[in-house]
Design a protein around this ligand. Structure first.
Ligand code: ZN
Length: 116
């Protein structure tokens, strides 16, 4: 369950922003999560709820925006979007070469938060 340390890190960012902006209650946290990050929404909310007990972020809702996976082909160096669930995952649509460098899809960060 690697969501726990991830959510701990995310919560630190949230609480830092909350303190800096003197908010009394965090209502929602908008996260950007790459689709290759291997994080599950259900567990993220579960651990977030657990970690935020008795903090200003208690009861806050996570709103997750899933980021597409973008790779750069190791054969033709073109960038392409690829679908992790598909059989064509990691295959370049330009030259049909296989594999390359992952440019995005593993990221996770706080995009925005709703508070009052
Ligand atoms: Zn290619």
């Amino acid at each position: 369950m690697h969501e726990l340390p991830v959510m701990n890190g995310i919560l630190k960012v949230v609480l830092k922003h909350a303190t800096a902006n003197r908010v009394s209650k965090v209502v929602a946290v908008q996260l950007r999560v790459g689709r290759l990050s291997d994080l599950k929404e259900k567990w993220m909310q579960h651990y977030f709820d657990y970690l935020t007990k008795e903090s200003v972020a208690e009861g806050a809702r996570l709103e997750i925006e899933w980021g597409e996976v973008v790779m750069r082909c190791s054969t033709c160096a073109k960038e392409f979007q690829t679908e992790p669930e598909a059989s064509s995952f990691g295959i370049c649509p330009h030259c049909e070469g296989e594999g390359g460098e992952i440019l995005s899809g593993k990221e996770y960060y706080v995009k925005n938060m709703v508070a009052h």
